[in-house]
Design a protein around this ligand. Structure first.
Ligand SMILES: Cc1cc2nc3c(=O)[nH]c(=O)nc-3n(C[C@H](O)[C@H](O)[C@H](O)COP(=O)(O)OP(=O)(O)OC[C@H]3O[C@@H](n4cnc5c(N)ncnc54)[C@H](O)[C@@H]3O)c2cc1C
Length: 562
């Protein structure tokens, strides 16, 4: 459609730096940042509008080196099977609606990824997703009662059919031997739930594979070592994007009709640089994550699950302790954590000045208010920052009593920048969720916040498409393509057990995952899913509306990570 710029990279060349040259006409879309979010949006757009010129600029010399990299996050396919903070105990009754929303979102992700495998965009499924059972484990009467009630409530919904519950120590020792060994003197009641169909996801591999596939198109341009420094609105309402080549120091500009800021933690300063009034409501608060990890095969081979505990009273969602099997680009490992760290950087490879540079006359007081209102969070962070190596090892022993200290090393993972939003009535409010922010005309958009994380990128980007391209989303063409990508598009799986069963069978087969346990005895042919997809592809106003399965942008939707 538009003039193609000079540089092009294909697969092994993804690691090379490159620099765009100025174009005469604006390109259609500029994606800032080479993480899972930009990779996902670019992949949607290339299928929806193959003729559009898309540019992606990444400041590092490779894509997916920040939070999306497997070493920098916990690799959980968050589907609310094990994350107990999604099912709060509200006045003595376990509330599961938040869990349902997250599970629905993850089912969208599975369908999106399965479609990309079928299209050759994503490669061998085991390179980016594997079945790893998800376990929620608790100790003590109060928490055991909570988990039992949670199990009773969740298993009434088809999304959670197949969930198992046990208080039997021998059975629990089979599920997670490392967690149960060495507790001879611990007579507290213990209980756990297990979902066999949980997953471990390598979001870095996914992002790399998707960007690599994008580069096969003549209409896609990748600029590595290319830092976006400024965003200015042109008179014709396009955007001038200023990019610095970090190797040569040279600066160049590109005009774009639409810009998406997928810069992870650094999204806020870029949004502020764009000058859109919507940016004024936000501030950012960085929290880093550390894990203890081991690659000792004797230890790793004994723990083939992700086991999530319950966060301490008053602790933020990202503090939930868990002992996880990981697949780090082919290398199996166990991660335990997270431990929170504080630094003023917005990216792992960021600058100490990031936080201070983002403070403005509009957002500084809301930040102070959050500090004053969130005593629990402040004391949690102070406690975490003051932890010694002994303290961290003791925390590991609560989940793995027989751990050998020599096996474990400390690893610093990615930075999350939590959103602080100025609410006209409540003042500064800390949010643990993500928020899609768009300019009024939709030409500038950004993803702020850290969670729901990479697990729900396909839903988050569907939400963004609704906001930025409402006319196109409502068109027959986009409706039809979106339904091909996501057979359940616009429908609630929690209310349609048959469709749920079909899409789970289809995604399990395509992604080579364990069969979900709630499927009917007869296996569901892939064509059944396609038939349903075609039937559902008739455009309707309902389908054009953002589906309930898409992520909300509120604090209440926050997800446990790490
Ligand atoms: C400790 C931890 C544990 C987590 N655990 C999980 C989990 O278990 N499951 C889950 O689903 N999610 C998890 N998450 C969240 C998940 O990692 C993120 O939501 C996701 O990776 C964000 O993707 P992104 O593309 O927005 O950002 P990133 O992956 O950070 O990518 C942003 C990119 O933008 C680039 N960039 C920044 N500024 C510029 C600029 N000016 N110009 C050009 N490029 C720029 C950066 O270099 C980077 O490559 C975790 C996060 C952390 C930190």
């Amino acid at each position: 459609m538009q003039k193609r710029l000079s540089l092009l990279l294909c697969s092994p060349l993804l690691a090379l730096a490159a620099m765009p040259v100025a174009a005469d006409e604006p390109v259609d879309v500029v994606l800032i940042g080479g993480g899972i979010m930009s990779a996902t949006l670019g992949t949607y757009l290339q299928e929806l509008e193959p003729e559009w010129d898309i540019h992606l600029y990444e400041r590092l010399d490779q894509v997916a080196q920040e939070s999306s990299n497997a070493w920098n996050n916990a690799g959980s396919g968050h589907s609310a099977f094990m994350e107990m903070n999604y099912t709060p105990d509200a006045s003595g009754r376990v509330e599961i609606q938040r869990a349902i929303n997250v599970t629905e979102q993850f089912e969208v992700s599975r369908q999106f990824w399965a479609h990309q495998v079928e299209n050759g965009i994503l490669g061998e499924p085991s390179s980016f997703i594997n079945s790893v059972p998800h376990i929620a484990v608790v100790w003590g009467d109060e928490d055991v009662n909570f988990l039992r009630e949670r199990y009773d409530a969740m298993t009434q919904n088809p999304l959670y059919a197949g969930m198992e519950y046990s208080e039997d120590r021998a059975e629990l020792a089979e599920w997670m031997p490392l967690v149960m060994e060495g507790r001879e003197n611990d007579d507290r009641p213990v209980a756990a739930t297990r979902m066999q169909m949980g997953t471990e996801v390598n979001y870095g591999a996914q992002a790399r594979e998707m960007v690599e596939a994008l580069t096969r198109s003549d209409n896609f341009t990748l600029g590595l070592s290319s830092e976006v420094r400024d965003l200015t609105r042109n008179d014709d309402d396009t955007w001038q994007v200023t990019i610095a080549n970090l190797e040569s120091g040279e600066e160049t500009t590109v005009d774009a009709r639409y810009v998406f800021i997928g810069a992870g933690g650094a999204a806020l300063p870029l949004l502020q640089a764009s000058g859109i009034p919507e940016a004024k409501a936000y501030a950012g608060f960085p929290v880093g994550g550390q894990f203890l990890y081991t690659t000792n095969p004797d230890v790793v081979s004994q723990h083939d699950v992700k086991a999530y505990g319950k966060a301490g009273e008053g602790s933020p969602p990202m503090s939930v302790p868990h002992l996880d099997l990981r697949n780090l680009d082919g290398e199996p490992a166990l991660f335990f954590g997270p431990f929170a760290t504080f630094s003023s950087k917005f990216l792992k490879e960021g600058s100490w000045t990031d936080l201070f540079g983002s403070m403005t006359l509009d957002n500084t007081w809301p930040m102070v208010e959050v500090g004053l209102d969130n005593f629990n969070l402040v004391s949690y962070l102070v406690g975490q920052v003051l932890m010694s190596d002994d303290d961290r090892f003791e925390a590991l022993q609560e989940y793995y009593p027989n751990a050998n200290r020599d096996d474990w090393e400390l690893w610093t993972a990615g930075q999350r920048v939590q959103i602080i939003k100025n609410n006209p009535e409540r003042g500064g409010v800390l949010q643990f969720g993500t928020e899609v922010v768009t300019s009024q005309d939709g030409t500038m958009s950004a993803l702020l916040g850290a969670s729901p994380g990479a697990s729900t990128a396909p839903s988050i980007m569907l939400n963004l498409l609704d906001r930025v391209f409402p006319t196109q989303v409502a068109s027959d063409e986009w409706q039809s393509t979106l339904t091909e990508i996501i057979p359940s598009y616009g429908q609630k799986l929690a209310e349609n057990a048959e469709l749920l069963s079909d899409v789970r069978a289809y995604t399990a087969e395509t992604l080579q995952l364990d069969e979900p346990m709630n499927l009917p005895a007869e296996s569901v042919e892939q064509s059944d899913v396609q038939d349903e997809a075609e039937a559902a592809s008739e455009p309707s106003q309902e389908a054009a509306e953002p589906s309930e399965a898409e992520p909300s942008t509120t604090e209440e939707e926050s997800i446990t990570e790490a």
